[in-house]
Design a protein around this ligand. Structure first.
Ligand code: FMN
Length: 191
């Protein structure tokens, strides 16, 4: 059992990473192998709409000079895919949007690469706009035929400066419960 989390924040080890790590820690306690991939500092470009992935059907994006193809491999190998983004102008970070567009198109070009994997969105926010980010990430999971477990609240943590989200008691509790629910479902599926 394997879970991979992608952090779309432009800053390393920030609030989104902290929230994702909280979910991953809960999964690790349940015997799931975990990995966090931070996109911060890496150039991740958007989809070129060339549809080369539909022509090649090799589970890869034709743009091979950034981390997206490695991310696709990690997604394919995992049972659980967590996508985390900070809220930027009430929307996804551009890194996460680029990953979704390209990994999503490659998935569709290859008979549904992520079909029936578990997926969950995690969002960091200072004040407002997190629901839009949460919904946008879930659009990717739902069109990819993935299964989306929930928590006791939408998977959102509140904080501004790095690490501040640790003080959002309800947000942290939501991430722990999300991890417990993902782990529970994963075991049922693997039985
Ligand atoms: C470009 C940019 C735009 C932002 N837009 C919003 C916003 O629309 N709403 C909000 O509540 N916070 C906004 N923030 C604050 C971040 O969402 C918040 O600080 C979050 O915790 C950052 O997560 P990180 O530490 O993972 O980068 C913005 C931050 C940046 C850098």
């Amino acid at each position: 059992m394997k879970a991979v989390a992608f952090c779309g924040s432009a800053r390393k080890e920030g609030n989104t990473a902290l929230l994702l790590n909280t979910v991953l820690d809960s999964l690790a306690e349940q015997g799931v192998a975990t990995e966090l991939v931070e996109l911060a500092g890496k150039e991740v470009t958007g989809c070129r709409a060339c549809f080369g992935c539909f022509k090649n059907k090799n589970q890869r994006c034709v743009v091979d000079k950034d981390p997206v193809n490695d991310c696709i491999v990690k997604m394919v190998e995992a049972d659980v895919v967590l996508l985390g983004s900070p809220t930027y102008f009430a929307d996804l970070s551009s890194e996460m949007k680029a990953l979704i567009d390209r990994a999503g198109m490659v998935g569709r070009a290859n008979e549904g690469l992520y079909k029936r994997k578990l997926g969950a969105a995690v969002v960091a926010v200072r004040r407002a706009g997190a629901m839009h980010v949460f919904d946008s990430i879930n659009h990717f999971f739902m069109i990819s035929e993935m299964i989306v477990p929930g928590s006791s609240y939408w998977n959102i943590g509140i904080g501004r400066e790095k690490g501040e989200v640790a003080g959002d008691e309800e947000g942290i509790k939501t991430m722990k419960t999300l991890g417990e629910n993902i782990g529970w479902l994963l075991k049922k599926i693997k039985e």
